[in-house]
Design a protein around this ligand. Structure first.
Ligand SMILES: [Cu+2]
Length: 182
């Protein structure tokens, strides 16, 4: 069978397009690091957060020389803590849950963007290389003042960073137990 030269070209072009479209979908699903909220962070009793060892006092914990954990409770219409400070060149794992309804937790300009679901703990790790400020927004409609629900994440120069009053009693214990200073 004879296939005309132009017909062949168009066949090839349409195949290339199809492969191209499929690759963008595969990249979006796998390559971009997008993950669904799952129960990898564990579960909690949403109405018993004040008895939870970590969520009763949300905030930043130092767990290694450049490793931090941040416990965040979302509730109508604030994030607790509202301002989070971490040093640059650190790996920060966020544990986010909600006290009441479904909220969102997005650290603008990073790949941290998750739902905060009552009873579930969303766990995301972000590497912060550069000092700077990121807004934190709730992007799940959660009620009348949803548009006011915001927080802030400040990434400080390591030399300017102190745990300050973000530290809980527990954190202080961990530090005196000999994790190295950043
Ligand atoms: Cu909201």
């Amino acid at each position: 069978m004879h296939v005309h030269k132009y017909e062949k070209l168009w066949l090839i072009a349409s195949l290339v397009l199809i492969v191209g479209f499929i690759s963008t979908i595969v990249f979006g699903a796998v390559g971009a690091g997008v993950k669904m909220v799952d129960d990898s962070g564990g579960q909690v009793n949403a109405s018993g957060l004040s008895d939870h060892p970590e969520f009763k006092d949300p905030g930043v914990r130092k767990v290694g020389s450049n490793e931090y954990e941040v416990y965040v409770v979302a509730q109508q219409f604030i994030f607790n803590p509202e301002t989070i400070e971490v040093p640059a060149n650190s790996n920060v794992t966020f544990y986010v849950t909600s006290r009441d309804v479904i909220h969102g937790f997005e650290v603008v300009g990073t790949n941290a963007n998750t739902m905060a679901v009552p009873g579930e703990v969303s766990k995301i790790t972000v590497q912060f290389d550069e000092p700077g400020e990121h807004g934190i927004v709730c992007n799940e409609y959660c009620g009348g003042a949803h548009h006011d629900m915001e927080g802030k994440l400040i990434v400080r120069e390591p030399s300017n960073f102190t745990m300050g009053d973000q530290s809980s009693a527990q954190m202080t214990n961990q530090e005196t137990n000999g994790t190295d200073e950043a």
